[in-house]
Ligand binder design. Structure first.
Ligand code: ADP
Ligand code: MG
Length: 262
């Protein structure tokens, strides 16, 4: 039985002379939560953005559920990059949640969540709204369906953004520091939703500075530095007992770190 959902092999990305990803390889199993940690500038966001081709990687292969992302075989036995029209259905298989929520200000919460299913997912309106209502229930916001985003707290807006990603019915969800822009008292409600999704067996990659949360919720952790994967393994091992000095040093600087001291 093949339980691999995502296979990333030799991913490289440069901006001009700046090599940001220097050959990243990892797998994600179906139902697994992987946390990506590392210092600012180490390439975590770039890595996530390459996975769904928001950025075109320089080299490497990304295979989701047996399907090569962003590239199709050409006549010479190699691969060419897909255009945006070809990419659109693949991008819907990967949901993304960013630090900032990017909700439509002129649409209420329910419309924000349903719109993609109608415009891009090809659903009828009743189907799309039924799905939107179910996803809003998952993020505990059924009572806010008729509100406009500006009337919601940051934590509530981020939960709407998560409901919107879920409504894509993606195979994989990528979170890029989903709580970093929130006031501290609003972080918990968003982490609770992410934890519930992990427990439900969603396949997720989470970039976060919430090290304690990563240790408790992720199955595996990857520590990135300088465009490389430095260390990876079961979350508890990497965070409580890192093998390499670079990992130890990073974890020692993170305020939230629960591991090294006790
Ligand atoms: P992280 O998310 O780990 O903080 P990023 O992936 O955002 O790191 O950035 C990695 C490096 O790539 C940084 O040096 C950043 O300045 C650079 N970078 C990111 N995006 C761009 C871009 N669009 N153009 C040029 N440089 C970029
Ligand atoms: Mg980043």
């Amino acid at each position: 039985m093949n339980n691999t959902l995502l296979k990333v092999d030799g991913l490289k990305k440069s901006y001009g002379p700046l090599e940001v990803l220097k050959g990243i390889s990892f797998d994600l199993s179906k139902g697994e939560t992987l946390s990506l940690i590392g210092p600012s500038g180490s390439g975590k966001s770039t890595c996530l953005r390459c996975l769904n081709f928001l950025e075109q990687p320089g080299e490497g292969a990304i295979v989701l559920d047996g399907e090569r992302i962003g590239q199709v075989p050409d006549r010479r036995g190699g691969f060419r990059f897909m255009n945006d029209r070809e990419l659109a259905p693949q991008r819907r298989e990967i949901g993304m949640v960013f630090q900032l929520f990017y909700l439509w200000p002129h649409l209420n919460v329910r419309d924000n969540v349903a719109l993609g299913s109608i415009k891009a997912g090809g659903m009828s309106k009743p189907e799309a709204y039924e799905l939107a209502d179910a996803m809003l229930e998952k993020v505990h916001l059924s009572n806010k369906a008729g509100e406009y985003p500006e009337r919601l707290s940051g934590g509530q807006q981020q939960r709407v953004a998560i409901a919107r990603a879920l409504a894509q019915q993606p195979k994989l969800i990528l979170f890029d520091e989903p709580t970093s822009a929130l006031d501290p008292e609003l972080v918990g409600e968003v982490l609770t939703v992410i934890r519930e999704l992990a427990e439900e067996g969603r396949s997720m990659i989470l970039v976060t500075h919430e090290i304690r949360f990563a240790r408790d919720v992720a199955d595996r952790v990857i520590f990135m530095d300088g465009g490389h994967i430095v260390e990876q393994g079961p979350a508890i091992d990497v965070i409580n007992n890192p093998q390499l000095e670079r990992t130890r040093s990073f974890l020692g600087q993170v305020a939230d770190n629960p591991g090294l001291a006790g």
